[in-house]
Structure formats: structure tokens, C-alpha cells
Design a protein around this ligand. Structure first.
Ligand SMILES: [Zn+2]
Ligand SMILES: [Zn+2]
Length: 321
């Protein structure tokens, strides 16, 4: 399986500003002072050796959308945040754009940052395409959310006027399903209005998509249930929106979790890789890189370093399982 991240922000898209780009260019040029850069190859080498991720790239600004590419006939996508727009564009650029396609969307929940990309999802406008919107919320709740955001006076094209065939599929929390050639297990999570995680498995590989989930580690039963849900996963995509201090103080009960809780749960679950996800729109690239460094350091010193690989998800990241 291949996991592609199209949107990794939480709450609201947060694009890099012009001032942010300018600051990166300036910092890079300052670092280049005194370097012997006389050819494009020299510049490539300098960038690879001397500029870290935040200095030469960006974690991106789109809200939650992740593709699980299981090399099957239909697409599997988690959440329809603003990153869904670029996912749709990629599908349209792929060979045979006219061929009718099937998309399986798995909704963590229907808060706006997780559905706002749908009105800009080009394949939804194409007759013959089929879109299955899976979720553990009541179908009526999911339908209302998609219909409301795509209706007057907020949007010019009503949800009901889209050219594709759209069906809502009711799933139950705590159950396992075979959908689109993969095994899918669902899990209820602690979040305002409820949210649900999904564990996808195929040919002995597994990825867990668990966002918008607050973990109260004082509940042993709840913690054990998540450890079982994450157990042995090749990749856990985890809502690490806040710092630990925030998560347990001013932002307690805001429905999100922290990088430290992410490491603790993944270590205890013997997960192999952890992708920090649902980034705070207030965190710039330098801040997100620092959070990653801190998280890796915490992983190293805790539990004698379980060998858990920690990464920060960014728009455009691809992880092969
Ligand atoms: Zn969210
Ligand atoms: Zn939410």
C-alpha cells in the first residue's frame, strides 16, 4: 500500500504567505554567502546538504485528505478537506481521465475542515463516476452536512445537481468490513460530535487513520482500546494538533491530542511509523519542524527508544508500506 497526503492541516487551510516565501529565500541566500556556488549542480548540492525541510519546502496548507492507494480498481480516500481538490486534479491528470471511476471516501466526521474540499472535487461533477461516502455517523447527519455546505447562498452548485452518482454508506463503529479490496476496521473516538478512526489492512500491511481524537490517558479501558486499534500498524496517522501542555491545560476537551501522547500510544502498540497530522494552522514550518525534532528526541529517551519512526505529514508526502 502507498499512502499519499493531500491535506494535513486541522481546523482551517493555512497557506504559506508571500512574506513566508521571502523569508525562506532570504535565509537560504544568507546561508549561501561564502559558498562556492558556480553551477546549478552546486546549488542542488548546497540545498540538499545545507537547507533543512522548513528552509526549502513547506508542510503545506490544505486541510485533511489522505489517499490509501491499495492498487485496487477503486480509489480509497480519508476525509474530504481542502486537500481533496488536488487529489481530484491528480485523478484528472492520470491516464484515461474519461474512464468511469469509483471513489470510496471514509469520513472521520463532518466538521467543515473535513468536508470543505468536496465542492471542488472535479470527479464529482462527471457523469458515470460513482462516489461512496462511508462513515459511522448517521447517514442523515452526513447527508445534511454535504448538502448544507453545497447549497444557496453558500455555493452556486447544489450537492444534488452533481453529475456523478453519490451514495452514503452507513458503517458501524468497532466492526470490520471488506471494502474496495481492503479490510477496514472502524473505531469510535473522543471528539465534539464524535469522530471515527479507520484501520486499513491488505496483504499483511496496515495503516491507521486516526484524526480529531482526544485521548484521556486516565481511562485505562479507552487507552487499551486504542493500543489494540494501532497494534503493529506499519503507519499510524495521528491527530497531534497541540503541545502536551496545551492538550492537558487550556485546550483540554477541545477534541485533539498531542505529539507526546502519539508517541506513547504508538510505542505501547508496537506501531512501526507515526505521522503527526492535523497541524495547527498557527504553526509555521519552523514550528512544525521543531515539534518533529522534539518528538523524535522524546521517542529516543522514552521506553529506551522502541524503534518507532516519527515523521510529520506534509501535503505531497508519500509513504510506502
Ligand atoms: Zn479537524
Ligand atoms: Zn473536528
Amino acid at each position: 500500500m502507498l499512502v499519499r497526503f493531500f491535506g494535513t492541516r486541522g481546523s482551517l487551510p493555512a497557506p504559506l504567505s508571500g512574506a513566508g516565501v521571502k523569508a525562506k529565500i532570504r535565509d537560504a541566500l544568507v546561508k549561501a554567502i561564502g559558498q562556492d556556488l558556480t553551477s546549478p549542480e552546486d546549488v542542488d548540492r548546497f540545498m540538499a546538504d545545507s537547507l533543512d525541510f522548513a528552509a526549502q519546502s513547506t508542510y503545506g496548507g490544505d486541510s485533511s485528505c489522505v489517499e490509501i492507494d491499495a492498487d485496487t480498481d477503486s480509489y480509497i480516500v480519508c476525509d474530504a478537506g481542502s486537500g481533496l481538490r488536488e487529489f481530484g486534479n491528480r485523478v484528472m491528470r492520470a491516464p484515461a481521465p474519461g474512464k468511469q471511476k469509483v471513489f470510496n471516501l471514509f469520513m472521520s466526521h463532518v466538521h467543515w475542515d473535513h468536508i470543505m474540499g468536496f465542492p471542488f472535487f472535479v470527479p464529482a461533477y462527471i457523469p458515470g463516476n460513482r462516489i461512496l461516502i462511508h462513515g459511522c455517523h448517521d447517514v442523515a447527519v452526513m447527508k445534511e452536512a454535504f448538502n448544507r455546505q453545497q447549497s444557496a447562498p453558500c455555493f452556486p452548485v447544489n450537492f444534488g445537481q452533481l453529475g456523478s452518482t453519490i451514495e452514503f454508506v452507513q458503517l458501524e463503529a468497532g466492526k470490520r468490513y471488506d471494502i474496495a479490496g481492503v479490510s477496514v476496521t472502524t473505531k469510535a473516538q473522543n471528539h465534539s460530535g464524535d469522530s471515527y478512526g479507520y484501520r486499513f489492512e491488505q496483504n499483511g500491511r496496515s495503516v491507521v487513520y486516526s484524526t480529531d481524537s482526544e485521548h484521556k490517558l486516565d481511562s485505562l479501558d479507552e487507552t487499551d482500546a486504542f493500543i489494540a486499534f494501532f497494534h503493529g500498524a506499519d503507519l499510524v496517522i495521528f491527530d497531534a494538533m497541540y503541545s502536551l501542555a496545551d492538550a492537558f491545560s487550556i485546550k483540554e476537551d477541545w477534541g485533539h491530542s498531542s505529539n507526546i501522547v502519539a508517541v506513547e500510544l504508538c510505542q505501547r502498540a508496537d506501531a512501526k511509523r507515526l505521522a503527526l497530522f492535523h497541524h495547527d494552522p498557527n504553526s509555521d514550518d519552523v514550528t512544525l519542524s521543531k515539534i518533529l525534532d522534539d518528538t523524535i528526541r522524546f521517542e529516543d529517551i522514552s521506553d529506551a527508544g522502541s524503534g518507532l519512526e516519527v515523521m510529520t505529514a506534509y501535503d505531497g508526502l508519500e509513504v510506502t508500506l
